[in-house]
Design a protein around this ligand. Structure first.
Ligand code: GTP
Ligand code: MG
Length: 380
């Protein structure tokens, strides 16, 4: 049953709690669990009616700001870029690898200029794959990695491919095992092994491969189905191979997303910017995000003011697979929060946020009630 605290109700109705409790007593409502100071939604609405309000009981608080739209036939949708998360043990070269990928891609692209670090970036796939459905690959950077964990905790999925970086001079280490286990437990996530730092004299690729085998990773080069590439983030050696491998996996996976629907995505990271206020890097997973859209993430809403891509350029559209920093948030959203565009604009967004806040409050109260009941049981 839905419950509301007396103090919350008083706040909503703009009334002193003491005064409200006095009135409730006058109306003969003292039997309403006064010791817990919570009311059922029915009793709360009675109080509101007595006070001249016209309450609507909405137990199924509109968490879902979408009507039930029929999902589009997947095979008719346009392709989207694969989303790749780089993971691995400390110091095995994740950041260096990403930096090299990024700088070579910036050098290749016409945009030029200074790349902005926004925790995620797109790499265009080279001309070798001209006929490929895969035009770009989205890489999630280390902060994206943190968001990955947060999103996992919420049962959300953005990553299509995990690249597990293993330094050839250090081999399989504790965090390497964590990544391998993660890849095993994640459904619909492909694993690629990048044996890194092969430029080092101490590099021992065979040893790494054997260690991986001992962990149960069946490498392609040893007759299994897990692709591996030998790379050096420092020199750039093998990075073409890595891109090629990712493209191939993505093509087989036939990744598609609706581009015409309302935008959906995830917050990868967020911070307060001196000039722009709260900003968040959003990875769009479906639909198209545009300035002016009203979006909701967790209990925060945003009227999208500006969007900036990974090259620091203002953009007017963000399609699936595209990471953008979004300004216009009323408060700071959390990494890992799902982003949904409100159908009817600002009012919808505000209502969704209010409903969500109410829902959270409700759950807190329910937890308190549970606790009190437990204590009572124990006392008996
Ligand atoms: P954390 O973020 O701390 O987990 O580390 P990381 O995995 O991002 O490693 P990072 O890229 O910071 O590299 C760690 C060290 O290894 C740095 O000193 C790099 O210069 C060096 N390094 C990274 N990649 C290579 C490589 O391919 N070859 C060589 N020789 N050194 C590398
Ligand atoms: Mg790093």
């Amino acid at each position: 049953p839905t419950v509301v605290s007396v103090s919350n109700l008083a706040r909503i109705l703009d009334m002193r709690q003491k005064r409200m409790m006095q009135l409730m007593k006058n109306w003969g409502m003292e039997e309403v669990k006064p010791d817990l100071l919570v009311l059922s939604s029915e009793d709360a609405s009675l109080v509101a009616v007595e006070l001249g309000f016209n309450p609507v009981i909405d137990d199924e608080a509109a968490f879902d700001i979408y009507p039930d739209a029929p999902p589009a036939e997947p095979s008719t949708l346009p392709h989207r870029p694969p989303v790749v998360t780089i993971m691995g043990h400390v110091d095995h070269g994740k950041t260096t690898l990403l930096d090299t990928l990024r700088s070579t891609s910036v050098a290749k692209g016409e945009a030029g200029g200074i790349t902005q670090h926004i925790g995620a970036f797109s790499v265009p796939v080279g001309t070798a794959s001209e006929n490929s459905a895969i035009r770009t690959i989205t890489f999630l950077d280390t902060p994206g990695h943190a968001a990955f964990t947060a999103m996992r905790a919420r049962g959300a999925r953005v990553t299509d491919i995990i690249v597990c970086v293993v330094a050839a001079d250090d081999g399989v280490m504790p965090q390497t095992r964590e990544v391998l286990n993660l890849a095993k437990t994640e459904e619909n996530v492909e694993l690629v092994i990048a044996i890194n730092k092969v430029d080092k004299p101490q590099a021992n690729v065979e040893k790494v491969k054997n260690a991986l085998l001992a962990e149960g990773v069946q490498l392609e080069s040893l007759g299994g189905d897990v692709p591996s590439v030998e790379v050096s983030g420092l020199t750039g050696k093998g990075l073409d191979d890595l891109i090629e491998t990712i493209s191939t996996i993505a093509e087989v996976a036939d990744l598609r997303a609706d581009q015409t629907s309302k935008a959906e995505g995830y917050v990868l990271e967020s911070k307060v910017d001196k000039g722009r206020g709260p900003i968040a890097t959003v990875l769009v997973t479906s639909g198209t995000l545009q300035p002016g859209a009203a979006i909701v993430a967790g209990t925060v809403w945003c009227r999208v003011r500006q969007m900036m891509d990974d090259k620091g350029q203002f953009v007017k559209k963000a399609s699936p697979g595209m990471p953008v920093t979004v300004s216009g948030w009323k408060e700071l959203p959390e990494a890992g929060d799902e982003v949904l565009q409100a159908i009817k604009g600002e009012d919808d967004a505000k209502r969704a946020v209010a409903n969500r806040k109410r829902e959270i409050e409700k759950r807190k109260i329910l937890k308190d009630v549970e606790k009190i009941n437990e204590v009572r049981k124990a006392e008996r």
